[in-house]
Each structure stands twice: as structure tokens, then as C-alpha cells.
Design a protein around this ligand. Structure first.
Ligand code: SF4
Length: 327
């Protein structure tokens, strides 16, 4: 591992100033960054530890929403009574991710910024445009069972690994950012992540030295919330396909719906196509199938991951049916 210096930041503005130096990086729980450093994929010369910043609170907002501090751990957010009752899809997504030990360390901000688990990204002997721009993509034509089917490019087909971010996408969360000039801005989570295009190494719209300070959840949308994750084993595994659903359906047609997928795209994938196919339609399996077809219309398999297209559609149908039954 490349030698590095370390400091612990006490206040957010000081942290942002400290990370403005060349080669500096933030570290919080370190549950992804330390692995990347050991493999030589990340090579910071200076680490700014932001885990003790006063950004752990989960606060009520006047409009009925919640603000989650960026340093709140995944465990704390999942267990928060307000999250569990008003945003159960977020709590369900969080507890489906990683392990208890990792959730105790992983921060909200760090979860949003975790890197793909594409095995070629972690194999420094393999070509990978994300790790080494211009070198090629070993997953295209390689073993790509875990890879994305939506939003990919000929440069990268990696899937985003987060469960939490999928639920936050269905909840239309906004990410609060602090810049080195003390500027504060909010970015909708869908706009926060970039698609790979021909620059897959640039994953977000974060500006140099900008830090995530919190996530703002708008007031809960009407309807029943559910998160379903399909994976190769029951725990401590990334999603093959995940679906976050918010469905508002009474006796009549569906009033409102939110749909976001995980495991199928380079970013948490909100499907406005599926939502449009659900709105105003009866809550029946035929409607769910139409929504699944709309969601996957532009999906492209690369061989080993072809099965995800069908699996994502069926997972959506089953999740919607469960949400409608228990609504
Ligand atoms: Fe690298 Fe992306 Fe290709 Fe994986 S899919 S090898 S991360 S460029």
C-alpha cells in the first residue's frame, strides 16, 4: 500500500479545506476505500477522516421530511423509528445490504459513493476503463453475470452496488453538498450519478473537494413501500436485481407509483416508464407485466447477464403484487 498521512477533521469546513490538497481523500467508515487502497486501486497520499464530524443526526424537517446526516451509520438509519415507520423501503434496503458489522461502520455518505464490485475493476491485471481510462473493458466479452443491462455504454457495463441508494431514488431524495468555497447545494439523487458514456471513471457530479453532508428525504409519498432484493445467497451478497416500490392503490385504479431498480444499471435506476405504465391502471398482474415490459424495453444483455432482464421484470411484478395486497 502506498504510504499516506492522516488527519481527523473536527468541522466540515476544515475537512473540505483539508481535502483540497493534491492526493487527499475523505475517509469515513472505510468499508470500501481501505480495500481499494490495499489493492492499489486508490492511492491517496493524505486521508481526511470525516467520521467524527457532527453529521450523524437524523432530523425532522418542517415539511414532514427527514434529513439524514452523512455520517449517520447504515445501522443507525435502518433502526431509526421514523425511518422504519415513514420510509420502510429505506430501512428494508439498508438491512438487506452487507453485514451487521459493515453496516455499523458504513456511513450514509460513503454508501452513496461506494465503487462498483465489477471483479475486473478489482483485478489490476485486467483492462478496465473505470480504473484505467482508455484501457478497455474486460467485462464486455468476459464474465459479466453481475453486470448492468440498462444505461451502459461500450466503455463500461458495471452495475452500481448500493441498496440504500435504490430506496433513496424511489423516495426522490436530495443530496446535500458542501464545497470548498463554503457553497452549499442540493442535487437530486438521480442527477447525482452520471452514466458511464465514454468516461466511466467519472461517476458522480461531485466537484473537486466537495463533501456530502446529508441526504434530504421529502415527506413520504403516499402508498405502500417495499424493497425486494434477489441475490445468490440470503445475506452478505450484492443484488442480482433489486426493486424499490411505492404503490398507492385503493379499490380503484393505481393513484401513484414509484419504481427504482438496483443491480441492473450503473446507477440506481428510477423507471419513469414503469411508473407511467402503472398510473391510472387497475392493480392487476396484467398492469404489472406492462410496467415490467416498459421498464426493460431498452435493456441490453451482454451474454451471461441476459437473465437479468427477465428477472428484473418478474421481480417488479411480484413486488407490486405484494404491495397492492398489503396496501
Ligand atoms: Fe471496468 Fe466497467 Fe468494464 Fe468492469 S464493466 S471492467 S468496471 S470498465
Amino acid at each position: 500500500m502506498k504510504p499516506f498521512t492522516y488527519e481527523r477533521a473536527r468541522e466540515a469546513p476544515a475537512a473540505v479545506a483539508a481535502v483540497s490538497k493534491d492526493g487527499a481523500k475523505f475517509i469515513s467508515g472505510g468499508t470500501n476505500l481501505l480495500d481499494l487502497m490495499k489493492l492499489g486501486i486508490e492511492r491517496p497520499s493524505h486521508l481526511v477522516d470525516i467520521s467524527r464530524l457532527p453529521l450523524r443526526e437524523i432530523e425532522e424537517l418542517p415539511d414532514g421530511g427527514l434529513r439524514i446526516g452523512a455520517q449517520a451509520t447504515n445501522s443507525d438509519v435502518a433502526a431509526d423509528a421514523r425511518v422504519r415507520t415513514r420510509y420502510p423501503v429505506l430501512s428494508q434496503a439498508l438491512v438487506s445490504g452487507a453485514s451487521g458489522q459493515l453496516r455499523n461502520k458504513a456511513s450514509t455518505g460513503g454508501n452513496l459513493l461506494q465503487r462498483t464490485r465489477c471483479p475486473y475493476f478489482y483485478d489490476t491485471a485486467a483492462d478496465c476503463n473505470k480504473r484505467c481510462p482508455g484501457s478497455g473493458c474486460s467485462a464486455i466479452g468476459g464474465f459479466n453475470r453481475m453486470h448492468a443491462v440498462l444505461g451502459t455504454s461500450d466503455s463500461c457495463i458495471a452495475a452500481h452496488p448500493s441498496d440504500m441508494a435504490v430506496a433513496m431514488t424511489a423516495l426522490a431524495a436530495e443530496i446535500e453538498l458542501l464545497g470548498p468555497d463554503a457553497s452549499v447545494r442540493r442535487v437530486g439523487i438521480t442527477d447525482f450519478y452520471r452514466l458511464p458514456g465514454d468516461t466511466p471513471h467519472i461517476e458522480t457530479v461531485l466537484r473537486p473537494a466537495e463533501m456530502i453532508t446529508g441526504v434530504v428525504l421529502p415527506p413520504p409519498p403516499p402508498g405502500r413501500q417495499l424493497y425486494r432484493k434477489v441475490r445468490d445467497r440470503a445475506s452478505y451478497e450484492f443484488a442480482l436485481v433489486a426493486v424499490a416500490v411505492v404503490l398507492s392503490a385503493g379499490e380503484g385504479p393505481i393513484d401513484a407509483a414509484r419504481v427504482a431498480f438496483g443491480g441492473v444499471a450503473p446507477r440506481p435506476w428510477r423507471s419513469v416508464e414503469a411508473e407511467a405504465a402503472l398510473r391510472g391502471r387497475p392493480a392487476t398482474m396484467a398492469t404489472y407485466r406492462a410496467a415490467a415490459e416498459a421498464a426493460m424495453r431498452d435493456a441490453v444483455g451482454r451474454g451471461h447477464n441476459d437473465f437479468k432482464i427477465d428477472l428484473a421484470g418478474r421481480t417488479l411484478c411480484r413486488t407490486l403484487a405484494q404491495a397492492a395486497r398489503s396496501g
